[in-house]
Each structure stands twice: as C-alpha cells, then as structure tokens.
Write a protein that binds this ligand. Structure first.
Ligand code: FE2
Length: 334
C-alpha cells in the first residue's frame, strides 16, 4: 500500500509518500518551510508561500519516489489542529487530488501523527507521550481506544515560551544555533537559580506568568542573564516532567516517549534519560528529522487509518483548527 500525505498546519508545507513495506517505508519527503522575517508565524504569509510552492512540492515528491498519482492508494491530509489559512492550502490540494484522480481521502489529526511517527521510528509500543512543540504541550497515553490527554498547558506552549522569551530579550532570531536552542546556550553561563513562578495546576502546566517574569528579570538583573535562562529552562522542563511522572504512575505504563519540535533539544533528551532512569522505565526520543512537522508523519498515520477503513467524502474534508487529539478513535490500535 502507498499513501501520500500532506502537512500544512503551521510553518511547514510537507509532502510525504510512504509504504507499509518494512525495508523502506519513506518513498518521498519534501518540505517547504516558512521562516518569518521577524516575530512569530504570520498565518496569511505562510499560507501564501504554501499556495505558491505547494503544487511544486507535490510534483517533487512524486519525482523523488519515482511514482505517479496512479500508484497511490490514498491521499491523507492533516485537517487540524493548526492555523486556518495554512490548513486550508493543504486541504484544498488534498481534496483536489482526491476528487480529480478519484482517490480515497483520509483525514489525519496532526497531534496523532506526531505520536504515530514517534512509535514507528523509535520502536516504542505503549508509552506515556510527552508532546512538546511550538504550539503544543501535552502529556498523553493510549487508554480505551484513544490518546488521552493527562495534562497540558493552560496557556502557551513550551516551544512558544522559549521562542518568545528569546525574541523579547534579544537572543533570537535565529532560535537554534548548531542544533541548540539559544535559551539553552544562554543557560550554559548560568550558575545560580533565580526565583521564577513554577506553575502546575492539578495535572496541567501554565507558562505565561513564567514568560513575563523571566523577561522582566533578564532585563533587570544585569550580569545574571545566564542564571535567568538556566532557571527558566529548568522550571519549564521540570513542570512538564512532573505531570509526565504523574501520568506514568496513573497508567502504569513502562515507557516514555518525547515527540514534537522541542524533542530536538539535546538538553531535554538528557533530562528525559535521567527521568526514565529514576522511574525505571524505557525512554524514546523521536529523531530531529521527524520531531519537526513533516508530510511523512501524515502519510504514515493516513496509511494506518486507511488500512482500517478510515476515509471521508471530499465534501466533508473540512479543516478543524481546534481538533483535539482525544477526539480521534485510534482504530488501528484496537
Ligand atoms: Fe507539529
């Protein structure tokens, strides 16, 4: 079976083609990344770039795979969650391919895809999932047919916290230098902790108060910038790992897996390793290439779903900006 997948939820327009053959599951992986000149993602600008480069990316994916649309069994598309203007471009191209070439259309939830590609490439089987990216912070586990959210951010995501902080205090852009986030680089100069708000409410975390306090402190404590970065990072990662620990206890699972764009952080990987050792569980981290948004994860999740009968009529393939991960029945794991 061969499935083409389209990703366009935020800053990346990705086209992936995958098969269910063990040896070489990725046949094509094309990515177009929107990089804002300054500030965060501007959805309309990103969508304009996607509309301009999207059709070319699809063509390139077929060339890379040495296939044509005729060889594809289904077209999968990330219908949410994400930014409306961006999602609409991917959905339009996917609907067009499905309708014109008479191919089944498979809806994919972006967060589910992050988890499924993680399982596929790391070999984890039933982990507590720590999902950290620019737009998402959640701790999940598979229970009763769905990926249930055991804890999440009540305001901004962890990736957004680090990026916004770096931008506000003048450390970024660029946000990542030689594979390290600029906040991690700044934290290397840190020695002592400063007092920042650590917020875990019930099972959830909150970062906006931390962001405001850290920016204020960075600007006022001259000579202690490294201390502020170090403290910010420790508080942020610590609170997420605290809710992950609770999830391990509640579910009794024996594995923990890190997915999403922030999984590329070497510091966080180290922390997860120490965390797993402490709790006596196995740990897995999705490799950087598949930690960030890509079309392969949409194609792969689409393939799993399609094999189990998931497909929708083209006229029902409507984007869902706030499509929650726990609304999706994971039929392929029954
Ligand atoms: Fe993502």
């Amino acid at each position: 079976m061969i499935v083409l997948g389209i990703e366009s939820t935020a800053h990346t327009f990705g086209v992936g083609i995958v098969t269910d053959e063990e040896e070489r599951f990725v046949l094509a992986d094309v990515r177009v990344k929107y990089v804002p000149e300054k500030g965060g993602i501007h959805p309309r600008e990103a969508s304009r770039l996607f509309a301009e480069k999207g059709p070319e990316a699809v063509k390139k994916a077929f060339e890379e795979a040495g296939l044509t649309i005729k060889d594809v069994d289904a077209v999968a598309v990330a219908l949410g969650p994400g930014m409306g203007p961006c999602l609409r471009v991917g959905a339009t191209i996917a609907r067009m391919l499905a309708a014109y070439y008479d191919k089944p259309l498979v809806p994919v939830n972006h967060a589910v895809a992050h988890i499924e590609i993680g399982l596929k490439v790391t070999g984890a089987r039933d982990p507590v999932v720590v999902y950290l990216s620019g737009g998402n912070t959640a701790v999940l586990a598979f229970v009763s047919g769905r990926y249930r959210v055991f804890g999440e951010t009540l305001d901004i995501a962890l990736g957004n916290l680090l990026d916004t902080f770096a931008r506000e205090v003048g450390l970024a852009p660029p946000y990542v230098v030689s594979g390290k986030h600029v906040v991690d680089i700044c934290a290397e100069k840190g020695r002592d902790f400063v007092d920042l708000p650590y917020v875990v409410r019930g099972q959830d975390v909150a970062f906006s108060g931390l962001l405001t306090a850290a920016v204020k402190m960075y600007k006022s404590l001259k000579g202690r910038e490294g201390d502020v970065c170090l403290s910010l990072r420790e508080v942020a990662y610590g609170s997420v790992l605290e809710i992950a620990a609770r999830c391990l206890m509640q579910t009794g699972k024996r594995e923990v897996m890190l997915v999403g764009g922030v999984a590329a952080s070497p510091v966080l990987r180290e922390k997860l390793m120490a965390f797993a050792k402490y709790y006596g569980v196995e740990h897995y981290v999705v490799p950087p290439r598949y930690a960030v948004d890509n079309g392969v994860m949409i194609a792969w999740t689409g393939l799993l779903a399609f094999k189990h009968g998931v497909r929708i009529p083209v006229e029902e393939a409507i984007i869902r900006q706030r499509w929650r991960v726990d609304e999706v029945d994971i039929v392929w794991r029954r």
